[in-house]
Design a protein around this ligand. Structure first.
Ligand SMILES: *Cc1c(COP(=O)(O)O)cnc(C)c1O
Length: 373
């Protein structure tokens, strides 16, 4: 059985170390906004090459607070993609702003910078690219557009911690960047967590206020704020895991290479593209085929678990129909939803298991065109 990763794989191996860290924090007398959070903020921001980090409750909150700190809200439009996780859109809505969707590139699944200009209106305040599956979006073109039209840029880095774009890690390209430490993310905690990064000192101060009831000092709100804090225990665990983020990504890339080499020119299978000047963290390894549903069933029958990220584009979900997009509004996004399949990929995936996935996918396409099983 080759299944998807769960945190238990890690917990079983690292139980002693993890419980030691939990015990240290629980014995410290401080559970909220103490030295662990400050230390992790500093280390994670430094890792990303950005001066300031503010730990928050989740990746969704990180995006929401980023928009709030930039003064974006009701009546404003934020240009983003429908081909993302729902929280990207939930966060924009929570700020009061309206998401405006553009299509994606079919081989990288990332925001199509060439589609952004036609989406701009007088109300556009921000472009919000998502570094989906572990690869950075086309930040040069997106930043050039933003500069030309005087728009903010917020990076959704939830799936791409550590990914390089022209030698620099994601998180420093926009005005503010948002990260998630949800357990399954590249850097995952043992609960919810997130962080915002910024180069701007004043925005950093504002973000610290916004996560803490708008307070600079206890019991006095200098502006309307929220409660969105990263716990001490999560910060301590994340700090411990930060040390192995790069080596884990290397192992992901190694397994991805086995897939890409073993699956080159197989049937109508299209492999994920990696653009020059960018590294890919392979948070998700996604292939495309017109026979997706049959391939998925075929692999499942052979004990290989696959996933679809994402089966329904957000603009076609019942919960977001009110935004007014219909079928056909985003042709590439909609086609991808029918054709994409994520193969199992995580740092501990044994190379032999990756080879078995390759053999099974190949045998599916070698079989009768009806789809074998
Ligand atoms: C996970 C994720 C988020 C939200 O993070 P949470 O910590 O779950 O709130 C936002 N955007 C993308 C692209 C994600 O994958």
């Amino acid at each position: 059985m080759i299944r998807n990763w769960t945190y238990l794989d890690e917990y079983e191996r690292e139980r002693g170390r993890i419980l030691e860290i939990v015990d240290r924090v629980f014995s410290s007398g401080r559970l909220i906004l103490g030295a662990e959070v400050a230390n992790f903020e500093e280390r994670f921001a430094a890792y990303c090459g950005v001066p300031h980090g503010v730990g928050v409750n989740s990746g969704t909150d990180a995006l929401f607070l980023a928009l709030k700190a930039l003064g974006i809200g009701a009546g404003d439009e934020v240009v983003t993609v429908s081909n993302t996780a729902v929280p990207t859109i939930a966060a924009i809505r929570a700020s009061g702003a309206t998401p405006v969707f553009v299509d994606v590139e079919e081989d990288t699944f990332l925001m199509d910078a060439g589609d952004v200009e036609r989406a701009l209106t007088k109300r556009t305040k921000c472009i919000l690219p998502v570094h989906l599956f572990g690869q950075a979006a086309d930040m040069d073109r997106i930043k050039a557009l933003a500069d030309r039209h005087r728009l903010h840029v917020v990076e959704d880095c939830a799936q791409a911690a550590g990914a390089l774009y022209q030698g620099h890690r994601v998180g420093g390209f926009g005005d503010i960047a948002a990260f998630s430490f949800y357990p399954t993310k590249l850097l995952g905690g043992y609960g919810d967590g997130g962080m915002v990064l910024t180069r701007d000192r004043a925005r950093y101060e504002r973000l610290k206020r916004l996560r803490f009831y708008g307070m600079n000092e206890p019991n006095y709100s200098s502006e309307e704020g929220y409660n969105s804090r990263l716990d001490e225990v999560q910060a301590a665990l994340l700090n411990h895991k930060l040390a192995s983020l790069d080596s884990a990504a290397d192992r992901r890339r190694d397994r991805a290479r086995l897939y890409s080499e073993g699956l080159a020119s197989v049937g109508d299978l299209a492999l994920p593209a990696v653009r020059s000047g960018r590294s890919h963290q392979f948070y998700v390894y996604t292939v495309r085929t017109k026979r997706r549903d049959r391939l998925m069933r075929y692999l499942e029958e052979r004990g290989i678990e696959t996933r679809i990220h994402y089966p329904v584009p957000i603009h076609l979900m019942t919960g977001y129909r009110f935004l007014g997009y219909g079928e056909g509004a985003l042709p590439v996004t909609e086609r991808l939803a029918r054709e994409i399949l994520a193969l199992p990929l995580y740092p501990d995936l044994a190379p032999d298991d990756a080879q078995r996935v390759v053999s099974c996918v190949r045998s599916f396409f070698d079989g009768p065109p009806g789809g074998a099983a």
